[in-house]
Design a protein around this ligand. Structure first.
Ligand code: GSH
Length: 203
């Protein structure tokens, strides 16, 4: 069975959501990011040397790392398919552009806003940059219900976690009604409800 190493409410939630969407069997192992130990008693640095979550461990022990790659692995192996366009298609490159945009332009933009040691005067510029990036996302969601168009895909849970984070750092998503509609829609999916219960989140 596959295993996901995760920390509640972190970016690993995107992988947790997509795992549930696929219907594939999996187990969870919670990582304490302060001590780098897992709930099952392993040294997490031996599993993923940079020490961050998520890591997806396959049933044969091989490991897949980095959120955009884990999501694509899961989409490619979803028994019913339909969660990611086929490799080599133009649509696959399009979803990779979104995944990369979210991971590098949005996800990594949050890091300094969550850190206590970021100088206070630097925060407004960080938030402005993120607002500009979310504006780009909102422009797409003004046209289509999901990032890739009319159908839900692996990139939507990734985006959903990022929208949830905006509220934690004082960026008001209400300025983008299409983003809030998307947030409500993804938040109501059975997989999302289940993941939030399991991770004990009251989002
Ligand atoms: N490039 C990595 C980044 C993962 C990442 O930033 N994980 C955060 C949680 S959202 C983490 O574990 N941070 C703890 C640390 O870096 O020590 C990926 O895409 O998987």
């Amino acid at each position: 069975m596959m295993k996901l190493y995760y920390a509640p409410g972190s970016c690993s939630l995107a992988a947790h959501l997509v795992l549930l969407e696929t219907g594939l069997p999996f187990e969870l192992d919670r990582v304490d990011l302060a001590t780098r130990r897992t709930e099952s008693g392993q040294n997490y640095l031996e599993i993923n040397p940079p020490g961050y979550v998520p890591t997806l461990e396959l049933s044969d022990g091989q490991r897949v790392t980095e959120v955009p790659v884990i999501l694509q692995y899961l989409g490619d192996h979803a028994p019913k398919g339909g969660l990611v366009p086929p490799a080599g298609s133009m649509e696959r490159y399009r979803i990779q552009s979104w995944l990369n945009f979210i991971t590098s332009e949005i996800h990594k933009g949050f890091g300094p806003l969550f850190a206590d040691d970021t100088p206070i005067h630097y925060r407004p510029a960080l938030k402005d940059r993120l607002r500009q990036r979310f504006g780009h996302i909102a422009a797409q969601l003004n046209q289509t219900p999901y990032l890739m168009g009319e159908e839900f895909s692996i990139v939507d849970p990734h985006l959903w976690v990022m929208i949830k984070w905006t509220r934690m750092v004082g960026i008001d998503p209400d300025q983008w009604p299409s983003l809030v509609a998307f947030e409500t829609q993804i938040g109501a999916r059975p997989a999302t409800r289940q993941a939030l219960r399991t991770e004990d989140l009251t989002w």
